[in-house]
Design a protein. Structure first.
Length: 75
């Protein structure tokens, strides 16, 4: 029920992402895959699991990051 509160939901998401970053340091693709598919799936496959949804999710986020970086650089 607490996760239905936007503030609580945001705080929980940030806490989970912070924990994932600690689990997969310097590997944003694993962090994103774990956020989508769960950390156990990433550990089981030692990388991005072969789930279409997860692979598409990671690609979409990296695509968005690329566009954002290009916009910030004035490209």
């Amino acid at each position: 029920e607490r996760l239905l509160d936007p503030q609580e939901n945001l705080e929980a998401g940030v806490k989970y992402l912070s924990w994932l970053i600690e689990q997969f340091p310097n590997d944003l693709s694993k962090v994103l895959a774990a956020y989508n598919a769960g950390e156990n799936a990433v550990w089981r496959y030692n990388g991005i699991p072969p789930y279409r949804e997860t692979r598409d999710y990671v690609r979409r986020i990296f695509g968005t990051l690329g566009l954002t970086t290009a916009k910030l650089a004035g490209l």
